[in-house]
Design a protein around this ligand. Structure first.
Ligand code: 13P
Length: 287
């Protein structure tokens, strides 16, 4: 059964580790992440962007697939199904479709508009037991066509949003979606520290988990980050393993073209990436 992400993230914040949000794109992704979480006895959050939701034909399909897999694969660790960077309308759609968690991303709106819309989503989501992530300060880079410049959040604005009864907060601290450029300045721990001072026990979310050095990840966790989002890294692992299979001509040997064989190395590669991240985040054995 799907669970809200609130309890697992409150526990992570108190226990000084982070739960991974791994974005899904299709059946292989979902299966690889769920099986790895179970094998590692780790809580997990499945992230779905609006674009990926559309690709998988809609949120009801996603809910059906994930619920079916949890039952048929015998998954017993806590699993949350979470809308990533949702607009107001898509948060409503996901809550209706059976997601257990949503992110309302009002970071591109003026703060007073962000506050008003976040408040409405909190009321609706909480009436159905669904957890809510809100965002202040945009995350840089490009994800699913949404481009952000990447700015550090204002800690006072973070406090204003945190006070609305949200369950966890994404705050820009110089993080970027996708690969980090050579000249990246790194995470702003000064900003993170100031945000944590004002928001107290609120679990903080670090987007753009791909390519952040391990020491920075650990420091961010020590300063209150309890959820880390990873998307691009699983895509890169999947693509590299699939490329290797095809370049070795394995798709032309016997029935190597069978999708169950063709997609297997990529699926295994996602599992290895997820396990590596769970080790770094410290969520193994915390289910
Ligand atoms: P990456 O693609 O950089 O791992 O970021 C994922 C993310 O933050 C999803 O919201």
């Amino acid at each position: 059964m799907l669970v809200s992400a609130k309890e697992m993230l409150d526990k992570a914040k108190a226990g000084h580790y982070a739960v991974g949000q791994f974005n899904i794109n299709n059946l292989e992704w979902t299966k690889a992440i769920l099986l790895t979480a179970q094998e590692c006895n780790s809580p997990v959050i499945l992230g779905v962007s609006e674009g990926a939701g559309k690709y998988m034909t809609g949120y009801k399909t996603v809910v059906g697939m994930v619920n079916g897999m949890i039952e048929e694969l015998g998954i017993t660790v806590p699993v949350a199904l979470h809308l990533d960077h949702g607009s107001f309308d898509h948060c409503v759609k996901c809550i209706e479709a059976g997601f257990s968690s949503v992110m309302f991303d009002g970071s591109h709106d003026p703060i007073d508009v962000n506050v008003e819309k976040t408040k409405e989503i909190v009321a609706l989501a909480h009436s159905k037991g669904v957890s809510v992530e809100a965002e202040v300060g945009s995350i840089g880079g490009e994800e699913d066509g949404v481009v952000g410049m990447g700015e550090c959040a204002d800690p006072k604005e973070c406090k204003a949003i945190a006070d609305l009864g949200i369950d966890f907060l994404a705050a820009g601290i110089g993080n970027i979606h996708g690969k980090y450029p050579e000249n990246w300045a790194g995470l702003s721990f000064e900003t993170l520290d100031a945000i944590q001072q004002l928001t107290g026990d609120m679990p903080l979310v670090l987007h753009g988990g791909t390519g952040i050095p391990v020491d920075m990840i650990k420091k961010a966790i020590s300063l209150g980050v309890a959820k880390i989002n990873v998307n691009t890294e699983c895509q890169l692992s999947f693509a590299a393993a699939t490329r290797e299979y095809i370049e070795a001509g394995k798709d032309q040997q016997g029935k190597g073209f069978d999708p169950r064989k063709l997609l297997a190395p990529g699926t295994e590669a996602i599992k290895a990436t997820v396990k590596e991240k769970m080790e770094i985040f410290g969520s193994i054995g915390k289910a």
